[in-house]
Design a protein around this ligand. Structure first.
Ligand code: SF4
Length: 257
């Protein structure tokens, strides 16, 4: 089964810039960007980021305000500051080589730590995101870590993620196209759930996160507070940004970082 999944992945894998490198810094940048933003939008931003800050040491020397400005539009600004803080630690102490050590860096959770450890350092560790968890559960052949083929953890992690994102999807499993169908306990048994009762999704524009993003974008552009948003929405969002250390209130006004 593992061989069939790896062969399938080799045939369908998209040629993305972070898949052409084993540089842990470049991989960490891509993983953090991909947490909130779609692949197609990340590619250009990732390349611009690496051109500006090609190494962990370079990013560690950047100011928080510069990092936040470069991050505008990539969601959850705190992640950009954590990335910079993580790089400051790496610049001082060197790269942690295992997922168990990487997870101690600011903003690096178990999934990201395992992704960097397996893609960059070849560690035999499963990178378990929601797609991988779902595919492994449907296969019914053990935990993701038990499925890893020897010496191919990085490729296999990528393959399972791709399988979950494109074939064995949450609502619809395309079992006829699946390389693991011959070994799968759930083949042709995944029914699409009824959609009628599905909870209506909150519009992004109604969320606090959207207001926070607008404030950061406006400050990054030197425009002060954004226009057209009610004060009762602006104030709590601004208070949250100040509390999180993303925006500073000074006598001269508001500034990033
Ligand atoms: S056979 Fe179907 S349910 Fe099983 S892993 Fe493949 S797509 Fe998913």
């Amino acid at each position: 089964m593992q061989g069939a999944i790896l062969d399938w992945y080799a045939a369908v894998r998209r040629d993305l810039p972070w898949r052409r490198t084993r540089d842990p810094y470049a991989i960490l940048v891509s993983e953090v960007m991909l947490q909130q933003t779609q692949v197609a939008r990340v590619v250009g931003r990732y390349e611009a980021w690496l051109e500006r800050w090609p190494s962990a040491a370079a990013l560690a020397r950047a100011t928080p305000a510069a990092v936040l400005r470069e991050w505008v539009g990539l969601g959850y600004n705190r992640r950009a500051l954590w990335l910079r803080e993580a790089c400051a630690i790496v610049a001082r102490d060197g790269w942690p080589q295992t997922a168990a050590e990487l997870v101690r860096l600011p903003g690096v959770g178990p999934y990201t730590a395992a992704a960097v450890a397996s893609f960059a350092f070849g560690e035999q560790v499963a990178a378990v995101d929601t797609n991988v968890r779902r595919v492994a559960a449907r296969l019914g052949r053990g935990e993701p870590a038990e499925l890893l083929p020897a010496g191919r953890a990085g490729d296999f992690n990528q393959a399972l993620m791709e399988l979950g994102a494109t074939v064995c999807r949450a609502r619809a499993a395309a079992c006829a196209e699946c390389p693991a169908a011959g070994w799968c306990a759930s083949r042709d048994m995944v029914a699409a759930p009824p959609r009628a009762g599905a909870r209506k999704r909150e519009r992004f524009e109604d969320s606090n996160r959207w207001v926070r993003g607008r404030i950061v974008s406006a400050l990054a552009a030197g425009q002060g507070m954004p226009a057209g948003i009610a004060p009762e929405r602006l104030e709590p969002a601004l208070a949250g940004l100040v509390r999180d250390g993303l925006v500073r209130r000074t006598a001269a006004g508001l500034s990033l970082g």
